[in-house]
Design a protein around this ligand. Structure first.
Ligand code: UDP
Length: 492
């Protein structure tokens, strides 16, 4: 019988790629063949970086077109554009990969990357695809798989808590919690998301639940489609989440009845040394900041980063900068070139240079974040509370100061501030005095540090052999092998 072979297909943005690459390396570690599907654009940007970091004969990287012109920014400014065009651009080549005898497409970068990998053999020496594990945000990928008789498993890269909030959207409408009343108090508690009624406020729901600004609509047009996508993930054979019971036991229990099976296998970056080493940074990491960190005292540095997509105004930039300077600790700040709206580059660089000039700060366009968070000099993390960043800080026991921007970040930061208590939630406030005060508290509070360290120990136990996530991963590997056995008409 041929070996099991999984096609892993992330939505092609940084946070989703990182997490699903860690997942791919975990499967490879269990002896499963994996084809990891990038877009042509991202595979070119990576320039072989992810393949060299995750080298194994069981893992190959292929790509499909995303349907966008080369000069499209593929940034937060037009994610819906990427979302729409991907289905159009990628469906044909993707279908060919799943079909029983994948033909080599002719022409185009996707076929050349496939050919480079495959050599003369159109399957690249890989067995036929046993099953698909696709980002739950790609419904068309599931439809094609189903049509071709390939079993499909959904993977959601956000927290279980935010996924449960989306599953609860119909109930929130029924209860009259949604839409929010005009001018209503965002600090009001919310009923209807099971297990979270004691701590969830309106402002903690995923950002799509808020009334749209500058519009007569009372509901964000993305909210119902996002809720439907989440409910539709229940049609897949199973749901995989990058989380763990000790972080989200209750949310996982409440999600289970909506899904055919649920596997909580995270934090995936901490599952193995191979996963930890696998890198897929679309921007080039500035390693120079590591030497700068080496020169700083233990737990003296504030690391500030808002992930790969968040965009802030120039005014917010100034408030953060002034707050960080006033807090008085050395800081390392990731300032992506597209991060500050309508940025007057010269003035930002001037400020950065002035800050760096006195040795108190270091500004980089992109950092090796997991190494930074692991560094003894880092004392706290000012973050947008993206789920990957949250898990990375949790695993390293680094106290967090959260300033969520969008998506699941609102609910993640509430967990940090009110449930796990490994940090503080600065949600919806961006004033220098608050930044200064909150950063100081996170740097100096013994209580927060103790909670962060205890949580890290717990989560490390979950990913170690015999822990809940490691056990769930074994169960998932068994599930995939079963699918493989039944696709070959025999049991193992
Ligand atoms: N990241 C990084 N270098 C940086 C900033 C972020 O490597 O300078 C990585 C970070 O480690 C995380 C990912 O980018 O794995 C961001 O994902 P997250 O879910 O936190 O936020 P998103 O970018 O999706 O908003």
């Amino acid at each position: 019988m041929a070996a099991a072979h999984v096609l892993v297909f992330p939505f092609p943005i940084q946070g989703h790629i990182n997490c699903m690459l860690h997942f791919a390396t975990a499967l490879v570690g269990a002896g499963i063949h994996v084809t990891f599907l990038h877009t042509d654009h991202n595979l070119r940007r990576l320039g072989g970086r992810s393949s060299s970091a995750a080298r194994s004969p069981l893992l190959r990287f292929l790509s499909v077109p995303d349907g966008l012109p080369d000069d499209h920014p593929r940034s937060a400014s037009d994610l819906p554009g990427l979302y729409k065009s991907l289905a159009g651009g990628a469906t044909g080549p993707y279908r060919a990969l799943l079909a029983p005898l994948p033909p080599l497409a002719t022409g185009g970068p996707s076929s050349s990357s496939r050919a480079a990998d495959a050599g003369a053999d159109p399957t690249g020496g890989f067995p036929l695809v046993t099953c698909l594990v696709a980002d739950g945000l790609l419904p068309w990928a599931f439809d094609v798989a189903e049509e071709l008789g390939v079993p499909a498993i959904a993977f959601r890269t956000a927290s279980a808590g935010s996924f449960l909030a989306f599953l609860s959207v119909p109930r929130l409408f029924e209860l009259g919690e949604l839409p929010f009343p005009i001018g209503g108090d965002l600090d009001e508690p919310v009923r209807g998301v099971p297990g979270m009624e004691s701590f969830l406020r309106r402002r903690d729901l995923p950002s799509a639940c808020r009334r749209p600004k500058d519009s007569d609509d009372d509901v964000n047009p993305a909210l119902r489609p996002l809720a439907k996508l989440s409910a539709d993930n229940g049609k897949a054979r199973a749901l995989v989440l990058n989380t763990t019971a000790s972080l989200e036991r209750s949310a996982l229990a409440h999600i289970a009845p909506h899904m055919r099976d649920v596997f909580a296998v995270g934090p995936l970056h901490a599952m193995s040394p191979a996963a930890a080493a696998a890198s897929s940074s679309l921007l080039r990491e500035d390693d120079g900041c590591m030497a700068w960190l080496d020169a700083q005292a233990d737990r003296s540095v504030v690391y500030a980063s808002f992930g790969s997509l968040a965009v802030i105004t120039h005014e917010q930039y100034t408030e953060f900068y002034s707050g960080l300077v006033a807090a008085g600790y050395p800081f390392l700040w990731v300032l992506r070139p597209d991060m500050v709206m309508a940025s007057q580059d010269a003035s930002l660089q001037g400020t950065a240079a002035a800050a760096a000039g006195d040795g108190k700060a270091r500004v980089v366009a992109w950092a090796p974040q997991r190494d930074v968070l692991r560094h003894r000099a880092v004392g706290c993390f000012l973050t947008h509370a993206g789920w990957n960043s949250t898990l990375e800080a949790v695993v390293e026991g680094v106290p967090m100061v959260c300033w969520p921007v969008s998506a699941d970040q609102q609910i993640n930061s509430r967990f940090v501030g009110a449930v796990w208590r490994n940090g503080l939630d600065m949600k919806d406030v961006c004033e220098r005095a608050v930044v200064e005060r909150t950063v100081r508290e996170a740097m100096e509070s013994d209580e927060i540090r103790r909670s962060a360290e205890a949580l890290a120990q717990q989560v490390k136990r979950d990913v170690a052999a015999g822990g809940s996530s490691a056990t769930e991963l074994d169960r998932l590997v068994g599930f995939i092998r079963e699918l493989n056995a039944s696709s070959h008409g025999q049991s193992q």
